[in-house]
Ligand binder design. Sequence first.
Ligand code: HXC
Length: 259
Amino acid sequence: MYSNDTLKGRTALITGGGTGIGLEIATTYARLGANVMLVGRNQERVEAAAKAIVDEGGKAAAFKVDVRSYEEVKAAVETTVERFGTLDILVNNAAGNFVCPTAELSPNGWRTVIDIDLNGTFHGCHAAYAYLKASPHGGSIISIITMLGVTGWPGSAHASAAKGGILSLSRTLAVEWGGDNIRVNTISPGPIGDTEGVQRMYIDAGNGDLEARKTALGRFGRKQDIANAAVFLASDLGGYVTGENLIVDGGRWLKYVAA
Ligand code: HXC
């Protein structure tokens, strides 16, 4: 059951850990006893985020990484193990997106988002594999995707294809690495109101009310809702769960289907 030491003795690496959902997951993990390594492109941002966790009594460190570079991801994984002794949990959260009609999307725009989201997730899984396999708790990989990558996402073909690819990759790895005691799952957040992505893509674009109404619950979620799901999947609470896509979207995708 959930307790203050649900993740005690475990180490988690969170990509895109300096802000938004990634930071919320990192902060929650640290509050439940995990050591957390926050990685991201903006060194000042990940360092400030790690310091905030340390200031409230958690164990955290930061490392500058662009997940598009396998070498940088590998260095982050090795630094995590040097610093904390193990790597038990990998959260592939780093993502990039912008809205652009597909006919106007340049090949480099396509490549950029595929590189960050899909290739970045592969880099994390590949670099972490040996350490996750050695975890005394069993390894856990959690990748953040979206049901929009399954149901269709006009204006985001690049991100949609990447997220759909991550779902497929995760299911394959769940089967391939299950015998290594590594569980591989995804979380599909719906519109999370207190994130930069929803602020920029929905609220600033004047569609906030409309997008909230598209969910069954009629409201945006909170970053904490996603962090709670990420605790379940990372811990022994989700010990028999693998290959799962945990949808935390206020019933948005079902409402799309039901409409
Ligand atoms: C069309 C665009 C564009 C836009 C960039 N490009 N922005 N094309 N419309 N708005 C094109 C560029 O013209 C270029 O192609 C190519 O993409 C690469 O752009 P760069 O700016 O050089 O790339 P980079 O600096 O690496 O930035 C990556 C990025 C950027 C993804 C483009 O937006 C970013 O860093 N984002 C990180 C933060 C982020 O997006 N967070 C939200 C994630 S939310 P050409 O051909 O000109 O060279 C999320 C889920 C949201 O993922 C779900 C809920 C709404």
